[in-house]
Design a protein around this ligand. Structure first.
Ligand code: UD1
Ligand code: CA
Length: 467
């Protein structure tokens, strides 16, 4: 794609977000697993702009670090230019903080940093409208059921743009207007710069309103138009936790319908929590109470019973995750079966057809093809081969209080119930381990390792050895 040489994008994310009542800077609050700012940065990618600027201020360091560190994970390739707004005294002064960037480009798309539901295709349409019929300022307007809190778009008798009036400054008649400013604008950069220089503090908080630039452009005989957005949910600006919850719900619905379109079955589409980047194969069935988070990929024809939690993991085809399975940072190959109540902790890999069942925990371990850890076990820091059967209640003792140690269990080993492996320890292929053993030394190929006290039977009349 050819970069739009004349266009830069500027995202305003310096505001304090007081109404969120949170110590986390507003742009970093997440919607369906990703910070608001990442949704906006990602949407803007569609335009392939020559530069993207982000104005930071409140929590500047944290916001900048998070963005810088996360760009690859967010699949954002455009480099980001940061501009710091030292005093958060309005969206107009936020844009002013990025003047050095604006001066380099003919046109600029300005976006509020708190509208995570904006769709890339809407941004594209708006820029296309601007390109097809250039003007000095184009503002995205949308008619909403409840305009409270938004700047109202006031039009003159001919329906042409007149001004934007903020909630705090609006009289009763203006408050009745349901067409609001969505916080998305395309400006001819020179016209914007000239208007910015004329801003004066407004409203109860003495703020420099970006919205006022449109009136100044008009006064200067510039052309200002409104671009109408059809879907009002795209314009939802997040100022409070209630609005954040609302955005989460709307985006969740969008995500689920995308998966429905791809052939995924949901028993109750309203009771699943799927992050934006998750992929699910066709014919997979997802039951209620399921969380699929982060960068999770689920294959085709899987069954995810209720209450399943999968984060940043890859699950193959034809896998069954039974009720209550919890998987984090792990890989599960085709036809595996997990649960009920299985726990894969980070760094676990289950090869094809492996089974991890009832109340078993696996950490940073490889479970070989077709191997089974079905009941009440803890397997940590272990390399397990193929065709291994692990009896109920088997524990790898991987931690000596200071360091973690490896257990190696080679192919086709049979482990009886209630065995402890005191790591570091190796069990060679085809070996067998007697139930109740505590294994501290290597067991050779095909051998039987047994390490437990002999049974003693105390008869009523004295002691008799059993065998
Ligand atoms: C703003 C618009 C309003 C519009 C609404 C859409 C203005 C004056 N008003 O109101 O017309 O309907 O968005 O959601 O712009 N910011 C800074 N520095 C500041 C102040 C704000 O970077 O000093 C950033 C914020 O981080 C935010 C954006 O600008 O991303 C908008 O600020 P916010 O305080 O949320 O404005 P609203 O009251 O929602
Ligand atoms: Ca806002």
């Amino acid at each position: 794609m050819v970069a739009q040489k004349n266009l830069c994008v500027l995202i305003l994310a310096a505001g304090k977000g007081t109404r969120m009542k949170s110590s986390l800077p507003k742009p970093l609050h997440t919607v369906c697993g990703f910070p608001m700012i990442s949704h906006i940065l990602k949407a803007a990618q569609v335009l392939n702009p020559a530069a993207v600027g982000v104005v930071i201020g409140h929590g500047a360091q944290q916001v900048m670090e998070t963005i810088k560190n996360s760009l690859p994970a967010w699949e954002i390739s455009t480099p980001i230019v940061f501009a710091e707004q030292r005093e958060q005294n309005g969206s107009g002064s936020a844009v002013q903080a990025a003047l050095p960037l604006l001066e380099k480009f003919e046109n600029v798309l300005v976006l509020n940093g708190d509208t995570p539901l904006l769709q890339p295709q809407t941004l594209q349409k708006m820029v296309d409208a601007f390109t097809a019929d250039p003007c000095d300022g184009l503002v995205a307007g949308v008619t909403v059921p409840d305009p409270f809190g938004y700047g109202r778009i006031v039009r003159d008798a001919d329906g042409a743009f007149k001004a934007i009036v903020e909630e705090a400054d609006a009289d009763d008649t203006t408050r009745q207007i349901t067409e609001i400013n969505s916080g998305m604008y395309v400006f001819r950069s020179a016209a914007l710069q000239k208007a910015l220089a004329q801003l004066t503090p407004q409203g109860p908080k003495n703020e420099y309103y970006l919205t006022d630039t449109l009136s100044y452009i008009k006064k200067d005989n510039g052309a200002v138009r409104v671009f109408s957005v059809a879907d009002y949910t795209e314009a939802l600006g997040i100022n409070s936790k209630a609005q954040l919850a609302q955005a989460e719900q709307i985006l969740r619905k969008r995500i689920v319908s995308r998966h429905l379109d791809n052939g995924v079955t949901f028993l109750n589409p309203d009771d699943v929590y799927i992050d934006e980047a998750v992929q699910i194969g066709a014919d997979t069935v997802v039951c209620p109470g399921t969380y699929l988070l982060g960068r999770t990929v689920i294959g085709q024809n899987c069954v995810l019973e209720g209450g399943v939690y999968v984060k940043d993991s890859t699950i193959g085809d034809n896998v069954t995750l039974k009720m209550g399975t919890y998987v984090e940072d792990s890989t599960v190959q085709d036809t595996c079966q997990l649960g009920p109540y299985a726990h894969l902790r980070p760094g676990s890999v289950l090869h094809k057809g492996a089974k991890v069942g009832n109340f078993s925990e696996i950490k940073k371990s490889v479970i070989g093809e077709g191997s089974k850890v079905n009941h009440l076990s803890y397997i940590g820091d272990t390399r397990m081969g193929a065709g291994v059967n692990v009896g109920a209640g088997t524990i790898t003792c991987n931690y000596d209080g200071k360091n973690k140690h490896q257990t190696v269990i080679e192919d086709h080993v049979f482990v009886g119930s209630n065995v402890n492996f005191v790591a570091p320890v190796t069990v060679r292929e085809y070996a067998k381990i007697g139930a109740g053993s505590t294994i501290t030394k290597e067991v050779p190929q095909g051998a039987l390792g047994i390490a437990r006290a002999r049974q003693v039977v105390l008869e009523k009349k004295g002691v008799k050895q059993n065998d």
